[in-house]
Design a protein around this ligand. Structure first.
Ligand SMILES: *Cc1c(COP(=O)(O)O)cnc(C)c1O
Length: 404
């Protein structure tokens, strides 16, 4: 009996990648064994954190690192650390900041989600005075220079490839903050290069333990030793309700070891094979164009980018995506551009054979064999945005199956 059968869950074919909402990574046997073993033991958590520090230093090249509950927790804890330093009475005072140095700023064009919650929430939760600089599409050096004053505790930067091209790039952002001795916190939850941020001189970088590293829910804060120590001390204060357990700590040590010894070539080879199988099956339909891609910095995976011309297929990408997300097994894709006609399949978590189930769904929908309830080419419902889809699922959680 599978775990899904045992607990009445639907099987998920995850073509989206290690998203938190889909349970993040499928954890390997080796890492699961370490988690399993530590769960049966008592440990001194400070010692486990000390060993994790050694692994994180090896991975990142930073001075120090500690394990946190997840990335959004790490963002809040890093912010708290910049507000309090190692002053325990200040740590215990948060979220009341009774001293002047409390401003935390971010470029307006980077105000995105820290996962599914907005980034400003994880900053404000500590009691910081939150400040946006620049405009949605632009931020100039003068915006940053003018905003950095003696009351600035930290500046936030989000790593990603979805931002407007005229925001300040990381190296410029860091060098201006260094002029005024203001620490820079970087959200690097999706970054695959674990060494570039320490080289650039980032003060605190936050990485995910459950995304590309492939572990259980956990995060890493790596950077300057004094600030990482201040992060660790938040466990005595605002970090407590976001705490990480021994399973998360051992997972970081174990996955770092796995990451540093992985055979990338073999992984890419296996993923390319599955992507090619899927591509062959669906590109034979008129109006469907497929491209196999690898983009490296924000994904180590092979991805299949499928462009659907609705004037030819008569069924738009978002209707296909919605429908395959309701079947059994459900197929979850990277749907970021689905309202623009593109469905992207990430092959990190697709097992051999699952690509053929996706291919079959596509064939049924594009050939018209499978009708979509409430949809016809004359009656096309208004597309929902990505956030609408997520909100609907959350709202309908207890009342029946939100996917039906
Ligand atoms: C996933 C993600 C987060 C949140 O990570 P959690 O570990 O789920 O809290 C924050 N920022 C970015 C850029 C992410 O991709």
């Amino acid at each position: 009996m599978t775990i899904q059968e045992k607990y009445n869950l639907r099987k998920v074919i995850n073509a989206r990648g290690p998203a938190t909402i889909l349970g993040a990574s499928k954890v390997s046997d080796a890492v699961r064994q370490d988690i399993y073993d530590i769960l049966g033991e008592s440990v001194e958590t400070w010692e486990l954190q000390r060993r994790a520090n050694e692994a994180i230093v090896k991975l990142t090249g930073a001075e120090a690192g500690c394990v946190v509950g997840c990335c959004s927790a790490g963002m809040a804890i890093a912010t708290a650390a910049c507000l309090t330093g190692d002053n325990i009475s200040r740590i215990k005072a948060l979220p009341d900041v009774t001293w002047d140095k409390k401003k935390v700023l971010i470029q307006k064009g980077q105000v995105t989600g820290a996962g599914d919650c907005p980034v400003y929430q994880v900053i404000k939760i500590c009691g910081a005075q939150y400040i946006e600089i620049g405009e949605a599409l632009d931020c100039a050096t003068y915006h940053l220079r003018d905003a950095l004053d003696k009351d600035t505790a930290a500046a936030f930067f989000i790593m990603g490839d979805v931002f407007a091209p005229n925001l300040l790039p990381l190296d410029v952002f860091v060098s201006i903050c260094k002029e005024k001795d203001i620490p820079v916190i970087v959200d690097a939850a999706y970054l695959t290069d674990f060494r570039m941020l320490a080289k650039i001189g980032v003060d605190l970088a936050i990485y995910s333990g459950q995304k590309w590293l492939g572990g259980c829910t956990s995060g890493i804060v790596a950077g300057r030793k004094d600030l990482v120590h201040a992060c660790y001390l938040q466990e005595l204060g605002i970090g407590r309700p976001m705490k990480v357990g021994k399973e998360g700590m051992i997972s970081i040590i174990s996955t770092i070891n796995q990451w540093l010894n992985r055979d990338s070539k073999a992984i890419i080879y296996a993923q390319t094979k599955l992507a090619t199988n899927l591509k062959k099956c669906i590109e034979k339909f008129d109006g469907v164009t497929c491209k196999i891609e690898q983009q490296h910095l924000y994904s180590p995976s092979v991805r299949l980018d499928v462009d659907i011309d609705r004037t030819i297929t008569k069924i738009p990408a978002w209707v296909i995506n919605d429908e395959i997300g309701k079947l059994d097994p459900v197929v979850k894709t990277d749907d970021y551009y689905v309202n623009n006609g593109r469905i992207i399949f990430d092959f990190t978590l697709i097992s051999p054979g699952e690509e053929m189930i996706i291919a079959e769904y596509f064939e049924q929908l594009l050939s018209g064999q499978r009708a979509v309830e409430g949809y016809s080419s004359e009656n096309i419902p208004i597309p929902e945005t990505r956030q609408d889809v997520i909100h609907n699922i959350f709202e309908q959680w207890l009342d029946g199956n939100p996917r039906e």
